[in-house]
Design a protein around this ligand. Sequence first.
Ligand code: ADP
Ligand code: MG
Length: 575
Amino acid sequence: MSDQQQGIFGIDLGTTYSVVAYIDETGRPAVTRNSDGDDTTPSVVYFETEDNVVVGKAAKASAGVDPDNVVSLIKRQMHNKDYTRFFWEKEHSPSSISALILAELARNAEETTHRTVRQVVITVPAYFGLLEKDATKKAGEIAGLEVIGIVPEPVAAALAYGVTGSADGTTFMVYDLGGGTFDITLIRMTDTSVEVLAVDGDHNLGGADWDERLFEYLKEQTVEQTGFEDIDEDEGALQDLRRMAEETKQALSKAESKTVAHRLAGKPAKIVVTRTQFQEMTADLLEKAVEITRRMLADAEQRFPGIRGQISELLLVGGSSWMPAVAERLRAEFPWEPKVADPDLAVAKGAALYAAGQTVKLVEAEAEAGGGRVGAEASANGNRRGTLPSGPPSEAAIAAVTERTGMDAEQVAGVVRTVVNVLPKAVGIKLLDSDVPGWEKLPDDEMPFYVEHLVPAQTQLPYDAEKFTAGTTVAGQQSIAIEIWEQAGSVPDQALDSNHRVDDAGLIEGLGLFRLPAGSPIDITLKVDAEGTVNLLAVEPTSGKELTMSVKIAIMSDEKVAEYKATVSALTKNR
Ligand code: ADP
Ligand code: MG
């Protein structure tokens, strides 16, 4: 492997399907096929035996026979610090399970491209908070990859669609209907930067819901034709029907009708489904997505008056956008002509383009650090620290990447972008609502805690929050615990359940001597830097005691990463 050239790779690590793209010899983004010959790989992991793990189509097919050892939809757990599962007595986390998917994708990509997969860009949904982005980056590290960028999926999609931005900014919408989620994003792109203006969606709306409708229909028809009433007890038959439902749905994107022929309990069933029928049984699902799109537009219009009139494009991505009804419905509703091209591959292709842009920055950072000349090999082995340059790229750095990728200089310059970091989720501190009568007597788990968001969602970074004054809760309080929390759901909400703690509590201790009355002020200032590090300063004015907390919202210690890395590499070696 060592004499192989390092490629430029982008990975769309999807909830249901993942895709890898690279910059091919002609300088264009191309998708790498997996060992099944498919462009997309189901994001499903099957822990088959103690030392064998299966990823992709075969794993998906095993879900029916050995469900306890199959994991799907792991991306939905990316935020969940408490999610651990044991397979064959080894502990796994969302990051380590995702790492198994990434390792398989990387291995397949090396085989088909004959290039080393080392530096990669991984895409994440635009609504992912810092915690989830970090978990994704850790997944890459556990898989033995160097993650040179995490880019929002709609931004990657826009790069693949060739949205070029303009001096004063091009505004467009990305409609992403995938396998299990729907995301709608409003983006502004300039010559040098990309900014996510608004995000909305439904994390339980996607192709699987269309499959489910068709599955129910196929099941009902099968029972009717075969007279086999006990179908619900036959896991194998149900699993077959689910597979057929998804296949039928996909076929109906091209054909006007599809016949499903199969046998059950020795009797044949033959079911004809037309596209019109299918569209009728799923029309309400499409309507949901339209409603959410309207809601996002209304919200954006409120925050940026006049923005709707500036939208120039509507880009469709996600595998479910192959269904002709999607574009039809949008065309009927909105003034923009929906663009659909390779919707399930666009995100990965854009990630590969973004990776080329990141490579320019890496080459440049290295040249600056070393004070030396920029060379074509510069980015391959170097070790970098700190942040990447955000100014316009130098010609030398562009030339280095041009040479390495076969892209032309203009193309390379066109994909160097700084994604303006917005804090997608609100961040705040945990407080106790002492106005709730009798709270002192409540058991611990019923205490009226809530999260006061000091930094609202969708804030551009860096950000300094206004000073916030909290109060002590009881007279003579000995110590004050401060915890930083991040919004967990898609809408900010003060309830503890709708947020997650991002770090262990910090303590201001030794306050007993000062006999502070209840409600004594504690001044809190919170800042978030451009990289997403949250810095908190809390001061108790009477004692002058201070607490500073600095958390890079991260979910896993380096030791833990190393531990998972060992487990994952034991499972993926020599496969
Ligand atoms: P993810 O949501 O994981 O990012 P994708 O964007 O690849 O995944 O979308 C996967 C969904 O797209 C699945 O539900 C799949 O059945 C659906 N899909 C893929 N191809 C087609 C097609 N030709 N017609 C209809 N649906 C499709
Ligand atoms: Mg996707």
